[in-house]
Design a protein around this ligand. Structure first.
Ligand code: SF4
Ligand code: SF4
Length: 221
């Protein structure tokens, strides 16, 4: 048994074997597959990390996520992807869309004769992609990422946080996130209604200009 935040993952040795031994011991029925899949997968949202499946697997295909050998690490995402597809769980902003959004943000900045950085993060605030225009200041990248992170974390445009930014709990969050929480305008959430799937952040102009670029980026999604 281990932390409730860990999950087990089924990796390559299961491919082609798929003998279903692990299904018989899983107490929460979170191991599944499909006819067109050549292996089984563990649902990370349900797995209670009890280790029972690992103990019975004849080919050592099952690993705790933090222990997955480096040559099998892509299977962590493969397991999660299987459930995103079959359960209809929304995917975070895809990289191709993120790049399109960044280009749209840059185009808007060019129209306004400013140089900005645009960052797109996933629903957890982790960076998907960023783009810095030639004349944009280096620090604009970090600020754009922080605005996107803030918008994803609170699931609102960063401008909506400005009223709270002076309150002590907000100040504590700024300290505990080492400045990543930022209420400056230019961060907007990306929604796949009703779910949040990421956020975009822009920095380089005035707050109003950053917001305008962020709106253009969002419109391109
Ligand atoms: S660790 Fe336990 S809960 Fe998770 S898949 Fe294996 S048997 Fe099921
Ligand atoms: S016991 Fe191992 S090989 Fe068999 S289905 Fe489960 S993961 Fe695959």
């Amino acid at each position: 048994m281990t932390s409730q935040f860990s999950t087990y993952v089924i990796a390559e040795p299961c491919v082609g074997v798929k003998d279903a031994t692990c299904l018989e011991v899983c107490p929460v029925d979170c191991i599944e597959s499909a006819d067109d899949e050549n292996q089984y997968f563990v649902d990370p949202a349900i797995c209670i990390a009890c280790e029972q499946c690992k103990l019975v697997c004849p080919v050592e295909a099952i690993w705790l996520d933090v222990d997955v050998p480096s040559h099998f690490r892509t299977y962590i995402e493969k397991n999660a992807d299987f459930y995103r597809k079959t359960k209809g769980v929304p995917m975070p902003v895809p990289i191709e869309k993120a790049l399109t959004m960044i280009q749209a943000g840059h185009s808007k900045a060019l129209e306004m004769d400013i140089a900005v950085s645009v960052a797109v993060v996933d629903e957890g605030g982790r960076l998907v992609a960023f783009g810095r225009m030639d004349r944009a200041r280096p620090m604009s990248v970090d600020i754009a990422v922080n605005k996107a992170y803030t918008s994803a974390s609170f699931q609102v445009p960063t401008t909506q946080l400005q009223a709270q930014s002076g309150q002590s709990w907000f100040q504590s969050m700024i300290v505990s996130t080492q400045g990543k929480i930022m209420a400056a305008g230019g961060g907007l959430p990306v929604l796949d209604s009703p779910n949040i799937i990421g956020a975009v952040g822009v920095s380089g102009g005035t707050e109003e200009q950053d917001q305008e670029c962020a709106r253009a980026a969002l419109a391109a999604y």
